[in-house]
Design a protein around this ligand. Structure first.
Ligand SMILES: NC(=O)c1ccc[n+]([C@@H]2O[C@H](COP(=O)([O-])OP(=O)(O)OC[C@H]3O[C@@H](n4cnc5c(N)ncnc54)[C@H](OP(=O)(O)O)[C@@H]3O)[C@@H](O)[C@H]2O)c1
Length: 417
């Protein structure tokens, strides 16, 4: 491990109980789970702000129930219509409607907000999550893509502003719990577990025929569409390696992945003395989210519990790179650093979106991503390489590198179609 004072950029100093919460992406899988927890603890949490992009009907119900002071939607027309609808329905809602990226940044950094749950999917969460960190908030980060694109900026900014980044992704939350702020020198290895997704037992000969519905059908977790596809390709684990590298100040070489089909052990830490600490539980995102909402306390959750007697065997297997050809380009990007992770992210979001709209086949996802990463390698040999492809110094660099990855992937999609 790199020498530094702590294994974690998440400082374990006691925080005041987070009272007022902004939920970015309130209508998605992370957002809905967050609101279920808030519902169980009305005395502990108050919803200050909610956001969505298209799921207006769900947001309307959430506003009626949680009465946030602010709600953010995609555009000014939606905001105007919602304002008029709530004004005319006699409910007396005081909710103010804002919109777009500016609106998301406003609800992330408002002075009244104590804790922000980053539950937007993809690069769209970059600016709002960063705003929360800049404003020194406690930020429960599920939205991994911004950390992939600009991890160093997040960590440096959190150090400056005192923001606390709480890892909410189940694997990172498991590591966060297991590390318990042990100094970095005591850690030998972080081991991320991967369920293997829906195709862990599919014959490789049948991969050409994989359908969208099959790829979305995760065996262990219920999640949004993009992360479900990332889990099927195992790009998700690649993004998580990059995320873990920044969150825990761990060299990429010391982060391993093992296939663990039961999703009971959510990740492990191997310490230098040969001890392993793992965090276990049923696969339920409410557990890591609740850990972040309650942190540094634990919330007495009413959820189904793991029965140790039901666990006859837990399996751990090596990852087969042929089955998961997205993993190696992601590990390469993690090792390369600089702009490579942001380029990888942009390419991945573009091809996953193309697969979700059934423009390409499942097997083409990895082929395009590999080709984009190869074109980045070639571009880095050129003298006229733009600065944003050398190093990520600003959020704009991260956005431009991501955009470059999107464009390269877009060009390759055009050649296929
Ligand atoms: N789901 C999980 O169990 C899980 C576990 C670990 C980590 N994560 C991470 O958490 C993040 C969210 O995942 P999810 O599964 O909750 O996704 P999801 O179900 O697709 O929800 C995404 C949320 O973000 C909103 N959104 C989407 N695009 C947006 C945009 N361009 N601008 C503003 N808002 C936008 C959506 O609004 P609409 O509903 O209006 O579209 C929705 O509220 C991802 O980064 C994922 O990798 C998720």
């Amino acid at each position: 491990m790199k020498s530094s004072e702590s294994t974690s950029n998440c400082q374990l100093t006691p925080a005041s109980v987070p009272a007022k919460i902004t939920v970015l992406g309130a209508t998605g899988s992370i957002g809905l789970n967050t609101l279920e927890i808030v519902r169980q603890f009305p005395q502990k949490f108050q919803i200050e702000a909610l956001s969505c992009r298209n799921s207006i009907e769900i947001l309307v119900e959430q506003i009626k129930e949680f009465k946030p002071r602010l709600a953010c939607v995609d555009n000014s027309k939606q905001a105007r219509e919602l304002r008029d609808a709530f004004h005319n329905d006699g409910s007396g809602s005081e909710t103010e409607f804002v919109w777009g990226v500016e609106g998301l940044m406003q609800i992330s950094s408002a002075p009244e907000v104590d804790l922000v749950v980053a539950g937007i999917v993809g690069a769209a969460g970059l600016k709002p999550t960063f705003s929360a960190v800049e404003a020194g908030k406690t930020v429960a980060v599920a939205n991994k893509e911004p950390l992939v694109m600009a991890g160093e900026l997040f960590v440096q900014t959190a150090k400056k502003t005192g923001a606390k980044i709480l890892p909410t992704d189940s694997e990172h939350n498991a590591i966060f719990q297991a590390l318990h702020n042990e100094p970095v020198e005591r850690v030998a290895r972080l081991i991320l577990t991967a369920s293997g997704g829906p195709f862990r037992d599919r014959s490789l000969a049948e991969f050409e025929q994989i359908t969208l519905a099959e790829a979305l059908d995760h065996p262990n977790w219920e999640m949004g569409q993009k992360i479900s596809i990332d889990s099927a390709t195992m790009m998700n684990k690649g993004l998580e390696i990059i995320e873990a590298h920044w969150l825990f100040n761990a060299p990429v070489e010391n982060i391993d992945v093992v296939l663990h089909r039961e999703s009971i052990i959510h990740s492990m830490v191997e310490f230098v003395d040969g001890s392993f600490l793992a965090q276990m539980g049923l696969p339920d995102m409410k557990v890591p989210i609740a850990y972040c909402l309650g942190w540094p306390e634990r919330l007495p959750m009413k959820i189904p519990r793991l029965d140790p007697l039901s666990m006859n065997t837990l399996h751990f297997e090596k990852i087969d790179p042929q089955r998961y050809p997205c993993l190696n380009p992601a590990i390469e990007a993690a090792k390369q650093g600089g702009a490579a992770p942001a380029v990888l992210n942009g390419a991945n979001e573009t091809v996953v979106s193309a697969f979700l709209s059934e423009e390409i086949r499942f097997v083409e996802i990895a082929k395009i991503i590999t080709a984009v990463m190869q074109s980045l390698k070639e571009a880095t040999m050129q003298a006229d390489l733009p600065d944003y492809l050398r190093e990520i110094c600003t959020l704009e660099d991260a956005e431009q590198a991501d955009q470059w990855g999107q464009e390269q992937a877009g060009n390759m999609l055009e050649q296929i179609n």
